[in-house]
Design a protein around this ligand. Sequence first.
Ligand SMILES: Nc1ncnc2c1ncn2[C@@H]1O[C@H](COP(=O)(O)OP(=O)(O)O)[C@@H](O)[C@H]1O
Ligand SMILES: [Mg+2]
Length: 236
Amino acid sequence: MSAKGVFITGTDTGVGKTVVAAGLVRGLVSKGLRVAVMKPIASGSARTPEGLRNEDALTLIGAANAAAPYETVNPYCFEPAISPHIAAEDVKISVDITQIERNFDTLAALSDLVVVEGAGGWLAPIGPHESIGDLAVALNVPVVLVVGLRLGCINHALLTQLAIKSQGARLAGWIANAIDPAMARRAENLETLARLLGEPPLEIVPTLASGAPSLELTEAAAKLLTVISKSAAVSY
Ligand SMILES: Nc1ncnc2c1ncn2[C@@H]1O[C@H](COP(=O)(O)OP(=O)(O)O)[C@@H](O)[C@H]1O
Ligand SMILES: [Mg+2]
């Protein structure tokens, strides 16, 4: 298991992976680490004079303090906001996991830790045969699951945990993200999630007002570093 990275997955698309990943990056930076980021596969991008640019990748780059070329951070960038495997097929590109591994190694060499954001949820396809989970397994880094707190999230969280375990990946922890301000019985849901997932969240992110100052997840960053250090005998 590489101690050089962490893979951020989520219970679904739109559950706050980017918001949480960027918050975690800022938390790690505030602890004095050199942090690089990666959004290996993105769909939903804008045409710019420099080429296609994806908002998630740009957000992560904005939070990181180890600079790298855009193409290293986001080697697969597709224009339409559709499942990456369909977007890739449309432009006759096949996502090559070994290429992503090479980019990861480049980023790992210039940082203490690489925070990688997946695309969609754990079983989201990235090609005819492979899913985001296969990519996380290939990168061989611990996984953090972002649970978007809304009705149905307990089922999604447990299914995701099951899939992560079944592929032999290591779940380093989960982060609760209060994406739905109107969610009923949030406290009971949190208690159930902690009990059924087997551990309390690394951090609970409240519902954020738009335009709120940049999120910095110091609690999750500290706990994550402890978990990673223990598993890899590396200290930060
Ligand atoms: N804690 C939160 N409070 C309020 N809005 C949030 C929160 N987390 C995420 N969002 C919003 O929800 C949407 C999806 O978040 P995002 O991080 O892009 O999800 P993902 O990366 O999983 O697709 C965005 O508009 C984001 O600003
Ligand atoms: Mg995202």
